[in-house]
Design a binder for this molecule. Sequence first.
Ligand code: ATP
Length: 235
Amino acid sequence: MLKLKNIQTFYGNIQALKGVTIEVAEGEIITLIGANGAGKTTTLMAVSGIVPPRSGEIFFMGEPITGMEPDRIVSLGICQVPEGRRIFPYLSVAENLDMGAFLRNDKSEIKRDMEYIFDLFPILAERRHQAGGTLSGGEQQMLAISRALMAKPKLLLLDEPSLGLAPLIVKKIFEIISKINAENNTTIFLVEQNANLALKVAARGYVMENGRITLTDSSKNLLANEEVKKAYLGL
Ligand code: ATP
């Protein structure tokens, strides 16, 4: 479904990605793990078109999307939930969700999808008239994921959904990520520093160090890998 081929990205003179190759199959959850500053966010930004690579190619459903404008990439069915949530703080929960559906005009389906989201996250239903900025961090993460779902993405890019959240909330959010994947066949590309959790929800993983993929394997094998254990699982 998604293919990154030898992606190189620069911020001025700093090379953040040094030839990244990743493949994601339709319907799977894959994770990209790595330390702070390894280049994980930059990889997602290359896919969503926000930080276009200097060289390399990206294909989505067989079509080249390298260098395409972010709004066109969204319209093809790729939606990113950025690190730090970035919901609209002064809009209500319901208005935030409406914003996620701005490219759609199938009104009755939009309504149905909003109900589906309220089933996934009942707390958002309770708070539908409340301003987004007044929600807790965990609720804002739920809203950010939900807003992306309102675009009906084929591929969901999640950047550090666990960041700054209490373990119980993180567990709940990861359960919902699995559910979204299982119930809608939404393909999920998950970037996480919390490797332990990420490898439990994903079937496969990539390990990134200093702008390079250093290892890729099934999550099961990565969880058992001695180097991964030492560097990322704190074991
Ligand atoms: P984190 O987990 O902290 O988000 P990351 O693995 O997502 O880290 P990136 O944010 O992709 O890493 O950063 C990769 C490299 O690019 C780092 O060295 C970072 O300092 C640099 N970088 C990222 N964004 C910019 C920017 N806007 N300008 C200059 N350098 C940047």
